[in-house]
Design a protein around this ligand. Structure first.
Ligand code: PRX
Length: 575
């Protein structure tokens, strides 16, 4: 952290914000009061897709724009009624295919209106939706579909090629959105099915604790784990969208995250739509001009993005900002990695808005520690816990540490959007709760005297590159599959733009010589096997890697080498 900036304060803004008095609300708030907003209050049953879309048609918002979609080829808008009908059609398709409550149905396609209609349709039939980021390659797709025993997937002709259907015995239906002539045998054509499906559908009413969403995320060991969220999570999506995103009836909201990541579902789908707010989805990849022109084109009022994006825009300079009219913008937020104080100050200068940092994780399902409109911002701090959540810094025995002491960032169990399961891996789930009564995040942080939390790093080896979580083990496993690689150790190397980049240390097998060509080939190998964001940007070849006597690569030693820091205790290292 830049010490020079640690004493800067940016005063609270006032006006139309929802959480006026943090301290008072914190004391008096109870989650059960939020439940009254939803249908289950009357019936005891629920469906999050009904609450997000159909309900608004009964509340006079049927013709209101729910979705503005825009990419280089398409520009379309959909009302809440349009989305209700489209998702009903898709729900009927799934029902006709025999898909029932609890089945896992995946989506593997670039952002498009069809992605959102399918997503909502899957939730409507009570199935569990597994969204996959379009950059995943065959190995990553296989692992996730196999682990979850997915029965159906919605995809495109190109991406379908990365689905190894023959190896996935549970996968019965591949529904392809695209040109019918590009379909292969046994694939179903999305548009033809949609054309013939009825737009009437009664949502499958489920219990609050029924599974809804499965997001795979990385840890420091083993393959990605399936984090299961239930319909109940919507309580917290709704309430944080109110307090933190500050969403109100006339807002036009843009969350830049893809639904393959949790931000793109909790706050790209549920947060805005539970409030009946107009949602902007920008497809494709975008240049700085595209970012600003999207804000201008739709008169975006609330914008939720990530530090990597803000740093990229900062790098593009201040002049470009002046080309656009961003006067509609009133609230800006960030998530996913540490938000540099410099970026907050830059935001003040060019947008004349505070960038509100928010902290949470795939596992937590929704925001937990945040900067609110009604609170002073200390640039570099993640803010304070939302009402209804108790956060603390604890030591490895579970004792609460006093202010300014660094330790494990932990959350008192539980909160409405907490994950309910790690798919087929109860032991992994229990690890998070090993300290009685606490969820341990794996992040280290401290809390200052005023109750603001400051992120310090990861306790484990998980890498955060451009806000995307990468497990070193998965990358190492892929690296050693390459014929030239004998051993591999992977770390996050600090990077001014991406936060961290993936750096691999490898040793080569007998008979291989280092060359640029070989290293490039190894990078491409990981990219093709896993995904672009998991491929190392740097590879360093060593004769031997530091290992424990039991043969485990010592990533902390690699990191110390990289950073030029002392290597610490080496007593467990082999000779
Ligand atoms: O290390 C923290 C970092 O991202 C991790 C969670 O990653 P993921 O599950 O992919 O979810 C990201 C979006 C919810 C955390 O353990 N992280 C997230 N937000 C912040 C952060 N680090 C610093 N500051 C943040 N605001």
């Amino acid at each position: 952290m830049n010490q020079m900036l640690s004493n800067v304060r940016i005063p609270a803004t006032t006006g139309q914000f929802n959480l006026r008095n943090y301290e008072e609300t914190y004391q008096s708030f109870a989650w059960k009061d939020v439940e009254k907003e939803f249908t289950w209050h009357r019936t005891g049953k629920v469906n999050a897709a009904y609450e997000a879309i159909d309900r608004h048609c009964e509340l006079g918002r049927a013709e209101k724009i729910a979705l503005h979609y825009y990419d280089s080829r398409r520009e379309e808008s959909y009302s809440f009624l349009d989305l209700k009908r489209l998702s009903n059609r898709f729900a009927n398709i799934l029902t006709d295919l025999g898909i029932v409550k609890g089945d896992r149905v995946f989506i593997f396609m670039p952002r498009s209106p069809e992605l959102y209609a399918s997503f909502l349709g899957i939730v409507k039939v009570g199935a569990i939706i597994g969204p996959l980021f379009e950059a995943f390659m065959e190995g990553a797709v296989r692992d996730r579909l196999a682990d979850s025993e997915a029965v159906a997937i919605v995809t495109t002709p190109d991406l379908a090629k990365r689905i190894p259907t023959k190896e996935l015995s549970h996968l019965k239906h591949v529904i392809v959105f695209g040109d019918e002539s590009q379909l292969e045998d046994n694939q179903l054509h999305f548009q033809s099915l949609m054309d013939h499906a009825s737009e009437e559908f009664e949502p499958v009413w489920v219990d609050r604790e029924d599974g809804m969403l499965l997001h795979y995320t990385s840890g420091s060991t083993g393959k990605p784990k399936g984090v299961l969220h239930v319909h109940n999570a919507m309580i917290q999506h709704y309430q944080t969208a109110k307090w933190v995103l500050d969403l109100q009836e006339n807002d036009v909201y843009w969350c830049t995250a893809d639904p393959g990541w949790v931000t793109g579902t909790s706050y790209g789908i549920f947060g805005p739509w539970l409030h009946g707010v107009t949602n902007v989805i920008r497809g494709g990849r975008f240049t700085p001009d595209d970012w600003y022109s999207t804000l201008e084109k739709y008169n975006v009022t609330v914008w939720y993005s990530a530090p990597t994006a803000f740093r990229m825009l900062m790098g593009a300079g201040d002049e470009i900002v002046k080309k656009y009219n961003l006067s509609s913008l009133r609230h800006v937020l960030s998530v996913g990695e540490p938000l540099n104080p410099e970026v907050v100050l830059w935001g003040m200068k060019v947008f004349e808005h505070r960038i509100h940092d928010t902290w949470w994780m795939t596992e937590t399902g929704a925001q937990l520690i945040c900067n609110y409109p009604s609170m002073d911002i200390k640039p570099g701090s993640m803010g304070k816990p939302i009402p209804g959540v108790v956060a603390a810094i604890i030591d490895d025995e579970g004792n609460i540490l006093p202010p300014n002491r660094m330790g494990n960032l932990a959350i008192k169990v539980d909160w409405p959007s907490m994950m309910r399961k790690i798919w087929k891996n109860p032991a992994k789930y229990d690890e998070y709760f090993r300290l009685d009564g606490w969820y341990t995040s794996g992040d280290s942080a401290f809390m200052d005297e005023e109750g603001y939390f400051w992120f310090q790093g990861r306790v484990d080896d998980v890498i955060n590159t451009s806000g995307e979580r990468v497990g070193p083990f998965e990358v190492e496993s892929k690296l050693v599959e390459h014929p030239a690689v004998a051993e591999a150790g992977v770390i996050g190397k600090p990077d001014p733009l991406r936060g961290e980049i993936i750096k691999a240390f490898i040793s080569l097998r007998e008979g291989y010589q280092v060359s640029d060509e070989l290293l490039n080939d190894i990078k491409q190998f990981v990219k093709k096997g896993l995904s672009a964001h998991a491929a190392p940007r740097e590879i360093e070849v060593k004769d031997k890697l530091p290992k424990t006597r039991s043969g485990k690569i010592m990533r902390r030693v690699l990191k110390a080498w990289e950073l030029g820091l002392p290597t610490g205790d080496l007593s467990t290292m082999e000779d």
